[in-house]
Design a protein around this ligand. Structure first.
Ligand SMILES: Nc1ncnc2c1ncn2[C@@H]1O[C@H](COP(=O)(O)OP(=O)(O)OP(=O)(O)O)[C@@H](O)[C@H]1O
Ligand SMILES: [Mg+2]
Length: 310
């Protein structure tokens, strides 16, 4: 067991006292001109971090979208990322499984460790990384295939399930394993009861909320450690949203969930700890969710969570 952060004050935080927390009053954006204090983002917890982010910068061309973000994420819990539009939440989330690699103009500097291993090394197997760190997007994006195939696609691609002609001819066909996997994943995603009688129907015939749970099932089917979710419920109605919220809380018993949301109540309801990013791509405060919502250190965070701006 080790505490993940030291508690020594740094020169960096001394610098911040000169700006004062509220001395300069609100800016045109409605934010107070306070400086970020390093200790506000030093969230301590028991055990080793699942993900350890150190001094992460992300640039899109000349645009500096994330600035020196350091943040340790505990395992088997829900971490919420909140902040106004454009503050870098999606950029941060994508940096956790190197999805930013797919964006031509993006450049990443700094370090991200998964279970103590650097993911930004040149030797990282990106397919394996994204299997361990899965992602669910804002808009449900099932493949235009059957419900069953959507779930089994990943394991088949990774070679965990083989239904090829050769496999069939040699008696090593994995149809039974596939059936079990599809059932388990759909149950985990709280969708099984609604679709078990139509697994061969096209997934695009499902409702939006069902499609999103199918995408979660697809993500779970490859047995990840970490699930990244970028506003997974923002396109859904209140009933479907509450199903996703319940599901996220349940998943955190076995998985490490990192979820971006614009919905303060949702972050407060479902997360264990909350990281607040504010305009300019800085992580401003990171702590227990209750602390962030009830008694944050930063005036800007206080203004943001109480709805004064953003
Ligand atoms: N593919 C891209 N190419 C160029 N710039 C980008 C790209 N993606 C994001 N950016 C820029 O990086 C900054 C952070 O964007 P990001 O999408 O991470 O914000 P966000 O917090 O997720 O916002 P939102 O809440 O609106 O989804 C913004 O200034 C955005 O314009
Ligand atoms: Mg976003």
């Amino acid at each position: 067991m080790s505490e993940s952060f030291g508690d020594t004050a740094t020169a960096e935080s001394d610098r911040t006292t000169t700006g004062g927390t509220t001395a300069d009053g609100p800016t045109t954006a409605g934010e107070t001109d306070e400086r970020v204090r390093e200790e506000w983002t030093q969230f301590s917890f028991q055990g080793e971090p699942k993900l350890a982010v150190e001094d992460l910068d992300v640039y899109y061309g000349d645009d500096h979208a994330l600035k020196g973000v350091s943040m340790d994420i505990p395992s088997e819990s829900v971490t919420a990322l909140i902040g106004p539009s454009g503050c870098g939440k999606s950029t941060f989330l994508r940096s956790l499984n190197r999805m930013n690699d797919r964006i031509k103009s993006a450049r990443v500097a700094g370090s991200v460790e998964l279970d103590g291993e650097e993911i930004y090394g040149s030797g990282t197997d990106l397919v394996e990384l994204r299997k361990r760190v899965g992602m669910v997007f804002q808009a449900p994006n099932p493949f235009p295939k059957s419900i069953r195939e959507n779930v089994s696609y990943g394991p088949r691609k990774h070679g965990d399930i083989d239904k090829s002609l050769l496999a069939r001819l040699t008696g090593r066909d994995d149809s039974e394993a596939e059936r079990e996997l599809v059932e388990r994943s759909l149950k985990q995603a709280a969708l099984w009861d609604e679709v078990n009688d139509r697994l061969d129907d096209n997934a695009l015939g499902l409702s939006g909320g069902q499609q999103q749970r199918l995408c979660i099932a697809r993500c779970l089917a490859v047995d990840p450690d970490v699930i990244l979710m970028d506003e997974p419920a923002s396109a859904l109605d209140p009933v479907a949203t509450s199903k996703i919220e319940d599901l996220v809380e349940e998943l955190a018993e076995d998985y490490t969930v990192v979820v971006v949301t614009h919905n303060m109540q949702q972050a407060a309801r479902i997360s264990d700890q909350t990281a607040v990013f504010l305009t300019g791509g800085e992580l401003v405060e990171y702590d227990d969710t209750e602390k962030i919502f009830e008694n944050p250190e930063s005036q800007r965070v206080e203004d943001y969570v109480s709805g004064k701006f953003g």
